[in-house]
Design a protein around this ligand. Structure first.
Ligand SMILES: *Cc1c(COP(=O)(O)O)cnc(C)c1O
Length: 392
């Protein structure tokens, strides 16, 4: 064996020194409120399976039926021969659900963001982006030659300044997360849309954590603010609350038609197995005819957050089920996560540079599947570990 790859040893050591290295945690069970993880039974509190759909019988059944009818694989990219009627049915259903003319499904949310931004924005254009936007948006921006302006998190005067600065651009795109994944705060999309209208800029919102969580029947942030028809590019994922896999772009029909022909992450990848659109459609039906899941999610969230606040934890200013439990420096967050796991609760640490140096945390996501017992036990564990670590 030669030594050409030995450099990885020191690079891994460097990650370890910065608390940025971890092994993959492995589930020994299906995804649900309590799982076996690395061989230990724990309450899992860091999934995006908000509504508990990932293992729901209705989705399983829908997927099985689609396998019987359509087979397992698709054998081709969407554009060549991989598109089945079931993919089109999902896109029509999503468009109706999101109140847009059309929608286009990509293999994942990251592919939707990368492909869409890259396809729409050229050298003469400018992209205006919130500083805390998701990595997949940042990737999309990096794939373009557009001018980039990053504005301070949620800062509308910063956004206005960016719009004034870029008035010579051919086209301008304002892009923002709807719900920010680290803090659980919500973008002021109503104000963003007003500024965009004043300055004639395109608005794109990434609703990954708003889909199935915010708005009527989980329709997301556009519904939450009542902005139907005023957001040009409504991006979402089927991977989180919907419990499936995939990303999508909803908007005008021309947007879909153009992306089909130009978005590289759409063109150069094989279509989803038909079981995926089948399960996703069942998820959208279920959100609408079983409202109890969404109600339970918000009830659980309120119960858990109140419990944590009463215990004296700093849980930030989240307006959604995402609940950051502040630990301080990176090392403290890693230690908090380790001790929680020992006591039977799994949640990953989030450390610098993903968040500010002194704002390292364990991020908790409560789901609709957590029972009262799960939440009480989780609060007990937090109390014990929090006291031991002098966080409370
Ligand atoms: C998870 C996430 C994505 C990526 O979605 P996938 O379908 O998992 O690829 C994109 N944007 C945001 C804000 C996310 O949280």
């Amino acid at each position: 064996m030669n030594n050409r790859m030995d450099f990885l040893k020191s690079m891994i050591q460097d990650l370890k020194d910065r608390n940025l290295y971890s092994e993959l945690p492995v589930l020994g069970t299906e995804q649900k409120n309590r799982v076996v993880l690395n061989g230990k039974e724990v309450i899992i509190m860091c999934t995006n399976n908000y509504l508990g759909f990932a293992n729901h019988p209705r989705l399983r059944e829908a997927a099985k039926k689609a396998i019987d009818t359509w087979g397992f694989g698709t054998g081709a990219v969407r554009q060549i021969a991989g598109t089945m009627e079931i993919h089109i049915q999902l896109e029509e259903m999503l468009a109706e659900y999101k109140c847009t003319e059309s929608s286009l499904v990509f293999v994942a949310g990251i592919a939707a963001n990368r492909g869409t931004i890259q396809a729409l924005m050229g050298e003469e254009d400018a992209i205006i982006s919130d500083e805390l936007n998701h990595g997949s948006i940042i990737d999309g921006v990096r794939l373009t030659k557009s001018k980039r302006v990053v504005y301070p998190h949620l800062d509308m005067s910063g956004l206005k300044k960016a719009l004034l600065e870029t008035k010579d651009a051919r086209r301008r795109l304002i892009v923002t997360d709807g719900v920010f994944s680290m803090d659980g705060d919500i973008a002021p999309l109503d104000q963003i849309v007003e500024l965009a209208e004043e300055f004639d800029a395109i608005v794109m919102v990434d609703d990954a954590h708003g889909d199935g969580v915010l708005g009527k029947d989980g329709r997301g942030i556009v519904d939450h603010f009542g902005l139907e028809g005023r957001v040009d590019i409504d991006m979402g994922t089927l991977s989180k609350a919907f419990g499936c896999l995939g990303g999508y772009i909803a908007g005008r029909k021309e947007l879909k038609d153009y992306l089909i022909n130009t978005a590289r992450s759409f063109i150069y990848t094989t279509a989803h197995p038909p079981s995926v659109p089948a399960a996703a459609m069942e998820a959208i039906r279920m959100i609408q005819d079983e409202p109890q899941h969404l109600q339970q999610l918000w009830e659980n969230m309120r119960y858990f957050k109140k419990g944590m606040t009463d215990l004296g934890f700093d849980i930030g200013h989240s307006q959604t089920p995402i609940t950051p439990v502040m630990a301080g420096e990176s090392k403290a967050a890693v230690e908090l996560s380790r001790q929680l796991f020992e006591e039977g609760l799994f949640a990953k640490p989030i450390v610098f540079p993903l968040v500010a140096k002194d704002k390292a945390r364990v991020r908790i996501n409560v789901t609709a599947q957590h029972t009262g017992d799960d939440l009480d036990e989780a609060l007990d564990i937090f109390e014990r570990v929090g006291k031991r670590m002098k966080l409370i």
